[in-house]
Design a protein around this ligand. Sequence first.
Ligand code: BTN
Length: 249
Amino acid sequence: MSKKIANNLFEDKTNVYVSECRSTNDLLAYLVKKKILSEGSLLVTDYQKKGRGQRKNTWVSEQAKNLLFSFVIKPKILLSEQFKLHIITSISLVKSLKTFNLKKLKIKWPNDIYISGKKVAGILIENQIFMKKISHSIIGIGLNVNQTSFNILNATSLTKELNSEIEIQEVLNLIKYNFNIEYNNLHLDMNFLLNRYKRELFGLNESLDFLINNQKMTGKIKDVNSDGTLNILINKKIKRCDFGSISYL
Ligand code: BTN
């Protein structure tokens, strides 16, 4: 665990803790804009009053039970390569959670983390673009650690899966360790990264029900493209689906 890695993203960087905030993504974005924080700076909280998810969803989490944090990177990759950030972040989470010997640990496209068919973590990546490149990204992660009851049926936590309390700081350290390794892989070939992602992907080549452009359809995920879109086989034809047009049923 203490192995030294070249370019340690988080080493000697600012770690901000606030007992509560609106959203760690929002507060971190504000601090970065004010030029107060540099790449690798991280903000963690016990409670968010307006935690945000993808597709304008909310992220609700009981006080001091779960891991809620955001950090900033300056990847300087092309906007067209932005899916790489989703790949490396979700792989970092999967690698970190594998430490706990969890069964049926999967990435649900594009970047939700599921255990035995229930969501344990979500990722919200917000990019700033300059000259077609990503000048900085705020990566926000919400991971259910010690919460035991949820308003949503399809949610779980580490404690529910493992039947024991987990040290939140330990999980954060694991994620930082693994993200740092993956961040050093960011410039590797997209196909190589996509293959690693697909190995951890939920439902690849399985028959699944989707809502595509508000229509219920059954299909099989056959591939993930470099722009993050899915190739789904429906009625013997490949349909290319983007994040806005599709949800799982
Ligand atoms: C999703 O599954 O839709 C993404 C959820 C992301 C939640 C995290 S919690 C920390 C950070 N701050 C936020 O407001 N959202 C992210």
